[in-house]
Design a protein around this ligand. Structure first.
Ligand SMILES: [Zn+2]
Length: 58
C-alpha cells in the first residue's frame, strides 16, 4: 500500500491522513511536482518574449 503525502490547506501542514490531525478538516493529496497549465503558459510567454527580444536586436 502506497501512502500518499497529504496536505491541509487550512493549517499548511503535511499528513498521511485524510483528516487533518490539527483541525480535523479534509486534506488534499499533494502531487509531486506536476506540470501545471499556468507554468506552461508562463514558459510560452517567456519564449515569445525572448523571440521578440532577438528580433528587436537584429
Ligand atoms: Zn488542518
Amino acid at each position: 500500500m502506497v501512502h500518499h503525502i497529504r496536505w491541509c490547506p487550512a493549517c499548511e501542514i503535511y499528513t498521511l491522513k485524510e483528516e487533518c490531525p490539527k483541525c480535523g478538516g479534509r486534506t488534499k493529496t499533494k502531487a509531486p511536482a506536476r506540470y501545471s497549465p499556468q507554468d506552461r503558459y508562463g514558459k510560452y510567454r517567456r519564449m515569445l518574449l525572448k523571440e521578440r527580444e532577438i528580433r528587436e536586436a537584429d
